[in-house]
Design a protein around this ligand. Structure first.
Ligand code: SF4
Length: 81
């Protein structure tokens, strides 16, 4: 069996491409990884599964996975009832 070192994992071209695309979301949505006062993804209209701490945001400008403690400028209250 050949003696060689397994190279440490490192990001590939696809990861850099994905990161660049996600950075556009972050900038356009002013997406933050923490709440803004009382507003956070977990109590936003667009947060798909309010029982989960990580779920899909269905806002038409985003459509990505988000965490319940995150926040963006498109936050909207869930209507009563
Ligand atoms: S619209 Fe913004 S605040 Fe609302 S769930 Fe999506 S990322 Fe979070």
């Amino acid at each position: 069996m050949a003696d060689y070192d397994i190279p440490p994992p490192e990001p590939k071209e696809i990861d850099e491409k994905n990161w660049l695309e996600l950075q556009h979301f972050i900038e356009r949505a002013v997406l933050r990884g923490h709440p803004s006062g009382e507003e956070k993804c977990g109590n936003c209209l667009y947060y798909l599964d309010t029982d989960s701490d990580l779920t899909y945001c269905w806002h038409p400008q985003l459509r990505i996975l988000v965490g319940d403690e995150w926040w963006c400028q498109w936050w909207e209250a869930i209507p009563e009832g």
